[in-house]
Each structure stands twice: as C-alpha cells, then as structure tokens.
Design a protein around this ligand. Sequence first.
Ligand code: G3P
Ligand code: MG
Length: 225
Amino acid sequence: MGNMIIIGHRGAAGYAPENTLASFKKALDLNVDMIEFDIHKCLSGELVVIHDFTLKRTTNLNGYIKNKTLKQLKQADAGNGETIPTLDESLRLINAESRVNIEIKGRDCFVELAQSIEYQINNKLYNPEHFLVSSFDHAQLLKFHSIMPGINTAVLVEKPMRKHLKLAAELQSESINPDYRFIDSKTLDLIHNAGFLAYAYTVDSNLHKEKMKRLGIDGFFTNFP
Ligand code: G3P
Ligand code: MG
C-alpha cells in the first residue's frame, strides 16, 4: 500500500468559497495530492463547477443550473466575488499541479467531460493519470467508461456493499469512495482484497483524520487540507 493521499474537497472549501478558483488555488498552496470538484451541465451546454443542482445555497441567485446559460450563471457571486468556474477554467487554473477528481453530479455530463479531458491530454496539458472521474450516478459512470476507458474512475457510495465491488471491477476502477462513517477495518479489507483503493469523504476533524489513517485508508477528502 502506498502513501495516504490528501484530497481537497471542493478545493479547500474550509478556507475559501467551495468549488471556486480561489478554493482550488488555496488547495494547491496547501499541497494537496488531488483536488475534488463537482460538475453540472448548464443550458448553453458548458460544464460548470458547482455542487448543488440549484444556485441557492452557494450563490446570491436562485434557480436550476440546467435552466441557466453560462452567461446567466456568470452573473452569480459564488462567495467573496468569485464566479462559478467552468470545468475548463478550473483545469486551466489547476494546470496539472495536482491530480483532479471530477465528480459528475449533473445529468448527461459524460460526453462533454470526455471531450474536455481529451482536449487536455491531446494538448499535453495533463496526462491521463492526472484524472479521476467519479459519481454516485453509476449508470453515467459506466457510460463515461465506455467512451473513455483509459481514464481512471472511482465508484462513489455511502456504505460499501458487494455490488459496488462488482461495479468497480466492471469499471476497472482505481478506488471505491465511501462515506468515512461507514469505514471500519472489515469493510476496508473487503475493498482492498478486491483490488481497489479506498478514498473516504469527508474527513474534517483531526480525530477522524487520525482514525482513518490508523485504519489504513488510501486517502481522504477534506475541507481542511
Ligand atoms: O467525492 C467525495 C464527495 O465530494 C462526495 O460527496 O456531496 O460532497 O459531493 P459530495
Ligand atoms: Mg463532491
């Protein structure tokens, strides 16, 4: 087993507005191994980086992401005057200085996501190994894998179950990413013995970080990297 990696959750969301360029910059300053963010597709077809399906919680505007054009979304303040970044703007800022875990949150993002990743690789801006694509939407993850089998995937789950190991095998996944509250040594053994790494979300207190480390987790997501 290699070294445990630190994954900046929504960038470094404990220190800067989540899923913004400021948050990604902060995560890089803190030397994370990987930056996680969430994507949705907006009305004009671009992939944008935001967690929820609506604007309400994290911006000063309202409404569904899928019903807004990029131009409309760019009017929103995502915190401290930050705008909602596109996927491409986020990848440009991160500039392959860490790995990138792109979590597909919205519906029907996989084709545009594959195109963006392909562009980055073809232009030698990123290597395939920089990317980890994950989702709770396992059907979409399978579709992504079918068009981009060379990019690593991670199966996002709350509580790991045997059916998830089967899915991870089908996807040849790098990891299974469970809620840390469902990780114990037995569950971790199950994942490791099936040949996968385990990255746990979202581990913020020092107590829980220590506990995960002791259990032998391969990495964890944290708002406080
Ligand atoms: O990918 C880890 C974690 O981000 C999953 O949950 O709701 O924070 O996207 P959520
Ligand atoms: Mg996420």
